[in-house]
Design a protein. Sequence first.
Length: 294
Amino acid sequence: MSQEREHARPVLAVGRLDLLADCENCFGLCCAALPFAVSADFAIDKAAGQACPNLASDFRCGIHDRLRQQGFRGCAVYDCFGAGQQVSQVTYGGRDWRRVPRTATQMFEVFPVMRQLHELLWCLAEALRLPPARPLHGELSLALAETERLTHSSPDALIELDVAEHQADVNSLLLRTSTLVRAGVRPKKQDGSGADFSGTDLSRTDLIGARLSGADLRGANLRGAYLIAADLTGADLRVADLTGADLRDADLSGADLTDSIFVTQAQLNAAKGDTDTRVPASLIRPTHWPAADR
C-alpha cells in the first residue's frame, strides 16, 4: 500500500528511526502482511499473508500512479510511519521474505506490531514539539526512548510484546499532553447557531455527515470522533486534538488545521480538501485534492 508522496515532506525522525514510509527500502510488507476486503477502499479481497497481485517482483506497486482509479483508495491512504523499512532493513537485516521464505510468516506478524510502535513514536515526537506540553517533556522523552528501544527488539520479542498495554500507557500520557495544549482555548458562550464548539469534548462522538461548515472547533477534543463525510468546509480546527478521528470523505476545503494536534498524513489522505486547506507543517496537502474554485 504505497502512500501518495509525490511532494517532499519534512524529515521526521527519532534517534536512528525514520518515521516516514520509505517504500524503496521495504519488502512490500503492507502489500503482503495486511488483509483487505472488497469495499469502497479496495477492489479485491486479500487475506493476511497473501501478496497483492499488484505487487511486482521488485516489491513496487504495479498501479501506484492510479491506485484510486483502480479502486484501491485504501492503499493510497495508508501510512506505515516508517515501520516497513524498519522491519525490512533492521529487524531482518535486509533479508526479504521472497528470497528467504522461512521468514515470511514471522515477518508478516512483526510488521503490524512495529507499525503500532512507530505510530506511537510519531505521536510522542509531535508531543515533544508542543511548547505548552513542556511540563510533560520529561515523561514524554522517557516514553519515546522506551518505545524506540522496543522497536529494536528481536522478532520473537516483538510478537510476544503486549503492544496494547504499552499503547494504553502512552495514550494516557498523550491525553494529558492534549489537555495541557488545549487548555488555552476557552469555549465561547453558545449563541444558538451551533457553530461554536471551541474547547468542547467531542471525543468518540458520532458526527457522520455533520454540517460543521465554518464551525469554531479550536481546541476541541475530537479524539476518536466519527467525522465520515462531515462538512468541515472553512472550519477552524486549530489546536483541535484529532487523534484517531475518522476523516474519511470529510470535506476540509478551506479549513484551518495549522496547529491541529496528532493529525496524521493518513487522515488527510482519507479526507477531501483544496488548496485553501491549511495543513500542519509536518504534513503535505494530498495530491488528489483539487484546486480551489475561484
